[in-house]
Write a protein that binds this ligand. Sequence first.
Ligand code: F6P
Length: 357
Amino acid sequence: HKRIGILTSGGDCAGLNPVIRAVVRRAVRGYNWEVLGICRSTLGLMADPPEVLHLAVDDIDRLLTMGGTILGTTNKGDPFAFPMPDGSLRDRSEDIIAGYHKLGLDALIGIGGDGSLAILRRICQQGNLNLVGIPKTIDNDVAITERSIGFDTAVNIATEALDRLHFTAASHNRVMILEVMGRDAGHIALNAGIAGGANIILIPEIPYSLDNVCAKIRERQAKGKHFCVVIISEAVCDQEGELIQYTDRFGQCRFGGVGEYLAEKIAVATGAETRVTVLGHIQRGGIPSPLDRLVASAFGVAAVDLIANEQYDKVVTWQNRQVVPIPISEAIGQYGAVNPQGTLIKTARGLSICLGD
Ligand code: F6P
């Protein structure tokens, strides 16, 4: 008999609830273990008493189709430099280790992106705790896995947005620009851009020139196509090579605004009427796509099986149609940008989609 904990950390995405479901099904039904859902990532372990949900098979009925995470999550507050009410920063890693022991856990499943898995691993190493990681990120920028939970749903949503923008672009003869997430990587823009038939795809991995972008718009105009659909990643730079960032009302530095920047430049250079849609967190919410449900289910089952075999300090990855566990140390810090020589870039070029270079 084992008692395991599960937590979701970092930004949410579609597919987290299906992982929780798979873990509970495999652990409770398959092994007759107990599963404690830890609330709000490591904050739930820091709390005294720890904040948990006892997860039984009856509690997970509808999780397969639910967006978000019933456990809650956070991407704020590094436990090693945790912001205290008095404004100071404190190392709270020992409180998290204490929470694990108070709950009597035999192992912990952490679902997170690169940053949160690195933090969780550091804590678990420090406390000699048993950890298995599951990768999630809509940005798909973890090199070691071909799939990360949340990416497919985000691409579906961005693709649907392009489908919709095509009609209104054509009706008004406008240049419609869709700004999508992805942090430093252009995977969402590239994948959705091809799937959604964008005329221009701009990603951070391929420097663009405004002249090339405007030439593509004029070329279409010359053929009698007076509209254009553009998809652009949030981390694309301006013409001076600077990232477009702003400080939000909480004092945090954020990407964003490159869509508006480009819309202004295109309007001035081509005379086209431009409009911008910033898709934002819509890409993270909503019903998980079938593929995300599938990957989440496979990862959840495999993570529990790793614990059954006492294989810790591993993260499950997707490689060549298989779930492959690898040491967490080999996965973290392996950043996976779009390969400028890769198949999808060749595909986009083969389709005469303008990449701005
Ligand atoms: O990493 C996921 C992501 O959605 C990025 O694509 C985006 O830049 C960022 O998180 C947004 O973060 P927040 O949830 O803090 O707005």
